[in-house]
Design a protein around this ligand. Sequence first.
Ligand SMILES: [Zn+2]
Length: 317
Amino acid sequence: MPRRVALVAGRDYPSSYRDFVRMFPDQAACAAYLEHLRWPDEFICPSCGTVSLPWRQTRGRLVCRACRYQGSVTSGTILDKTRTPLTIWFEAAWHLTTAKNGLSAKTLERTIGTRYRVAWTMLQRFRVAMVRSERERLSGNVEIDEALIGGVEHGGKRGRGTTKSVVAIAVEIHDPKGFGRIRMRHLSDASGENLIPFVCDMVVPGSTVHTDGWVGYDDLPKHGYIHNRTVLASSDEPSHVSMPGVHRVASLLKRWILGTHQGSVTPFHLQSYLEEFTFRFNRRTSRSRGLVFRRLLEQAVVTGPITEADVTHGYEW
Ligand SMILES: [Zn+2]
């Protein structure tokens, strides 16, 4: 059995900052919690797959009784080989999931008193974990359109000219009203070669896909979708009338990039930000922020390691 996790009021997640402080006072408590999330029943050796009670060594090392594999609870996860203490990771995860609009690396740096680079790296790694939690495809009625996300700095330097990036957005539309889940992808352009794979990856065949009259969507029926297109008769009809879901999500996304991140998103990191936005949006009705925190850490220990280069130069999505 994994080491016992301290429950607060019978829950295995904190529902307030007070709970958070009580549950995670030190490194050992954080490691025990990650064990609880990674191996809810019993330790499974990442090397040979044997289910057994591991031997415990100093500094949180677990040793498989069958093959003598040695590792810690973070080995082989996105927290692998981190030199940042788990208490700092937990603190970052808490602020990231409980702040209404998330936070920038600059704000995180100030909030937890760490170096900017450390804060930035933690956020990037958590964004990679977020994408893994969004695997189930959308279904039912789905609106799809592209948005131009402007104000994205080119080359990371202000004043060097900005570039607009094409982002495909898919939104589930509920009947009679309301939106469900979303998916987004940064595309090199809005051609069919980019749009059709986006739809196939994100939407279950047989769903009704609502688009405008753009030729890039012409092949959707060939891929098993019911294609419902609205060809705007004139430019008088604004897009938010025919595509209320995409229009709403695009404007929230733009506001988030400009507000929380002051527009400082470079094109090669844009996809990471889209992943975070999607993760947040799809959990906007979660009954507890603490559950979202739990979900993020759970994803962090089931997501494989990424390299420092991925963090710096943009993750290969
Ligand atoms: Zn083993």
